[in-house]
Design a protein around this ligand. Structure first.
Ligand code: ATP
Ligand code: MG
Length: 287
């Protein structure tokens, strides 16, 4: 799979219309992608074990998308098999009163992964330049200090987020950001399925359907966000999301490559420790 296809370049402006939600690359059908995913999951399990033992780097995966793009399913499939002790998922909803009493990064900082772990943000601080930008009235609840011109707020936030992510990466937390790019048509199909199938009814919220009316504004906000926060240190990947099987395979493929590139190894055991192991071995065998 060619990642360059999905990567948002850090030095060029992109246009979302150039990213096809239906793209499935070399995979002609579901089965092929599932085979590749199964292989990558096996590899991911091994790589995560080394990440955990090595205990120097953490991995932060950020997932953003419109509703029904498949964030939950992608997290479930790609992380299946990974040791639950080494992995933590955090979903960010509309902020609570306590959260609104803090700066907007506070709740995210508390949820950052430890070294050796994989942390997953299901939505994130990027909502601050998405839903909050589309529904500006939300800003009133945030009790912000006067900041000069209001129009500068989004740029200010992009800048803060870039600095925050740079800090994380310099301190061993690798940041990878995924946008699951679903089309408006496919979202409609998935919403209808949620309404038509009783076992999917719980997943449907009327509020989600209302947000469809703001689709264009969301896409504009996303485009601006990609053009301002896909950096060398913390890149964005725009993953085609009209075919769930492709989304899962593409995300797993990127994760495996990123972890492989770290070239991590199990920690070295000192000669002294090795001697000690041999002594204990002898004791056990002579019990
Ligand atoms: P699912 O619907 O699959 O369970 P979800 O991520 O859509 O998952 P919801 O509880 O439906 O979860 O939605 C969370 C809502 O919280 C979204 O509409 C999102 O825009 C909103 N939200 C998240 N962060 C913020 C924020 N900082 N300010 C305002 N709203 C936010
Ligand atoms: Mg929802």
């Amino acid at each position: 799979m060619n990642h360059e296809h999905f990567l948002v370049p850090h030095d060029k402006k992109i246009s979302l219309k150039d990213y096809d939600p239906k793209f499935t690359g070399r995979f002609k059908e579901k089965g092929e992608a599932k085979e590749k995913l199964a292989k990558d999951i096996c590899e991911l399990v091994k790589l995560q074990d080394v990440l955990y033992a090595h205990d120097v780097y953490g991995l932060l995966l950020i997932f953003q998308a419109m509703d029904a793009a498949g964030k939950d399913g992608t997290i479930k499939h790609v992380m299946s098999g990974v040791n639950p002790q080494g992995c933590l998922v955090h979903s960010f909803k509309a902020p609570s009163t306590e959260e609104l009493d803090h700066d907007y990064l506070w709740r995210c900082m508390k949820a950052l992964p430890e070294k050796g772990r994989i942390g997953i943000f299901n939505r994130s601080y990027y909502e601050e330049v998405l839903v909050v930008r589309v529904h500006k009235e939300l800003l009133q609840k945030q009790k912000l200090p006067p900041n000069g011109k209001k129009d500068d707020l989004w740029e200010q936030r992009f800048d803060e987020i870039n600095q925050f992510e740079k800090y994380l990466v310099k301190n061993g937390i690798i940041v990878i950001k995924f946008f699951l790019n679903v089309s408006k048509d496919e979202q409609k199909k998935r919403f209808l399925k949620r309404i038509n199938l009783p076992e999917k009814n719980w997943k449907f919220s009327i509020a989600d359907a209302k947000e469809r009316a703001h689709w264009k504004e969301y896409m504009r906000a996303y485009e601006d966000l990609f053009n301002n926060t896909s950096t060398k240190h913390a890149p964005w990947y725009i993953i085609p999301a009209d075919n769930k099987w492709f989304t899962h395979a593409a995300v797993a493929d990127i994760l495996v490559k990123k972890l492989r590139d770290l070239n991590l190894e199990y920690p070295n055991v000192s000669d002294e420790h090795k001697q000690e192991l041999l002594r204990v071995k002898e004791l056990l065998e002579n019990e």
